[in-house]
Ligand binder design. Structure first.
Ligand code: AMP
Length: 480
């Protein structure tokens, strides 16, 4: 068996087991440098981009230091967007799965009350967007007096989005003594200001120079008049037949227009930008990740930080404003040693930007000639035919845990004053079942969900058909 290199840190078995299941056996660069100081509760500042494994770099020490018995949150993670909050919550939840860490997520645009109820239950790590976190603080539905760790993730974009005052106000609710970890892809002045004001002698970790693009990304470009862009884009899709492609636009309106255009051509795609309804955005990200469709059209802000590990093509439908954003965008492909293709659509005025980018990255954008419609006729047919085929779905990362976990639903919840101890007490009285076999307990209005770990779901399900919980035989079923 391969040795899990994470064993060289002071990590408990539950964390190592979860990392092994997730196939995290070698720490990434940022993890190598951040985990040890973070475990020792030193403030850290990390300049690193998406894809570097930065989420696990802070999630591992957080999870390790969580005291399970505590009911109030011990760590607070701030994220700029809802999608990121969700993605980061999943990563923390997965790493904490064997330790049964509870990770509620809160963000705006979703009903307040269910979030307040989930915060009322045992919560170890709270993830959220600043605005909604503040709402909960002001209404007294979130308690931060036991916080040991504050994570400010994607700090530059958080400040770009105008969250500086919210972040400062949130910090004012924290106990004096806490560890702060700040992650940012770039370090503008405002971020520096935050570091100087709120962090004590932080360990500074600079991961890679942002100017370098990976050698395994082929960079292509077309010069095109603005009115021909959509037509060219379609030709590029037919020619390249990308498996997983992200198309970046400069504005929300353009994302909408392009989305409608592709759908009209019967090309399966999804879109995300700031004004797409929140549920829709989360679903789109999830479905793209699973591979239900192969093209995601996005603005920079909506896509920032979201991790997709199999992007084959990045298309700059609109060129980004700056060279750094270009490097960020195209860095979404060519990950994990795979090759990738980045294609930029430029007008004549953008030649200067092309030169600046080439100088900055030290790599060339090869200008291509457009193919004729005749040459692409067959490609088009194949590509459009392929749109009707069902795509193989990828498993979610956390699915590896599900084999040994059974989720049960139990009749009775808050209304009948059901408490976690009632459930734990009964389940632990079943022969061969111990407290460590019980996972997350989620008490709803008139129903309770409980996870049974270590393949013992069937034993518990059978026993609970005749065993009372809180003096009553309950309806217990497997929950899908
Ligand atoms: P992030 O930069 O946090 O968005 O992570 C990028 C991707 O790397 C995510 O899909 C993680 O699940 C994955 N990842 C993080 N750490 C490791 C590791 N040590 N080994 C393999 N994959 C990892």
């Amino acid at each position: 068996m391969i040795k899990n290199e994470f064993t060289s840190y002071k990590l408990s078995k539950g964390v190592i087991d979860a990392l092994t299941k997730l196939k995290y056996v070698t720490p990434t660069e940022v993890q190598k440098r951040a985990i040890a100081p973070a475990l020792d509760k030193k403030d850290i500042v990390v300049k690193s981009k998406t894809g570097s494994g930065k989420t696990a770099a802070f999630a591992i020490p957080l999870i390790e230091n969580v005291v399970w018995e505590e009911n109030l949150p011990q760590a607070l993670v701030l994220e700029p967007t809802r999608e990121l909050a969700y993605q980061v919550k999943d990563e923390i939840f997965n790493i904490g799965r064997m330790k049964r860490v509870k990770v509620p997520v809160v963000f705006g645009g979703a009903p307040f009350q269910p979030q307040a109820l989930s915060l009322k239950q045992k919560s170890h790590v709270v993830v959220g967007t600043p605005g909604r976190i503040l709402d909960h603080l002001r209404k007294g539905t979130l308690q931060l007096q036991n916080i040991e760790y504050l994570v400010i993730d994607e700090a530059d974009i958080m400040l770009d989005m105008g969250f500086l005052d919210d972040v400062k106000e949130i910090i004012s609710y924290l106990p004096e003594k806490h560890t702060t970890m700040l992650f940012s892809a770039t370090m503008p002045e405002e971020v520096d200001g935050l570091i100087n004001e709120y962090m004590t002698d932080p360990v500074k970790i600079l991961i890679e120079s942002e100017t370098k693009t990976e050698d395994n990304i082929t960079q292509l470009g077309y010069f095109v008049e603005n009115e021909d862009k959509t037509d060219l884009l379609l030709d590029i899709l037919y020619e390249q037949a990308p498996e997983y492609c992200m198309i970046f636009c400069g504005t929300r309106e353009m994302v909408n227009v392009l989305y409608r255009k592709l759908r009209k051509e019967r090309i399966r795609c999804g879109m995300i930008h700031g004004t797409v309804a929140q549920e829709e955005r989360l679903r789109t990200v999830d479905e793209f990740r699973q591979g239900k469709f192969g093209i995601l059209i996005a603005t920079d802000v909506a896509a920032r930080g979201i991790d997709f590990d199999t992007i084959t093509h990045v298309i700059n439908y609109d060129m980004p404003f700056g060279k750094e954003t270009y490097v960020h965008r195209i860095g979404r492909t060519g990950r994990n040693g795979k090759s990738g293709i980045a294609i930029s659509l430029m007008n004549a005025k953008e030649e200067k930007l092309k030169n600046t980018i080439e100088e900055y990255t030290g790599a060339q954008i090869t200008i291509c000639e457009r193919k004729s419609k005749e040459e692409l006729k067959l490609n088009r047919r194949y590509y459009l035919e392929k749109q009707n085929e069902r795509r193989p779905l990828k498993k979610k990362k956390g699915a590896v845990f599900n084999k040994e976990i059974t989720k049960l639903s139990i009749g009775g919840g808050r209304k009948s004053k059901m408490r976690a101890v009632d459930i734990v007490g009964t389940i632990c009285s079943i022969p061969n079942v111990v407290a460590e076999d019980i996972g997350i307990i989620d008490i709803r209005e008139s129903l309770t969900y409980v996870e049974i770990l270590n393949g013992k779901g069937k034993i518990v399900l059978d026993a609970l058909q005749t065993k009372p919980i809180k003096a009553k035989i309950r309806k217990v079923r497997i929950s899908r």
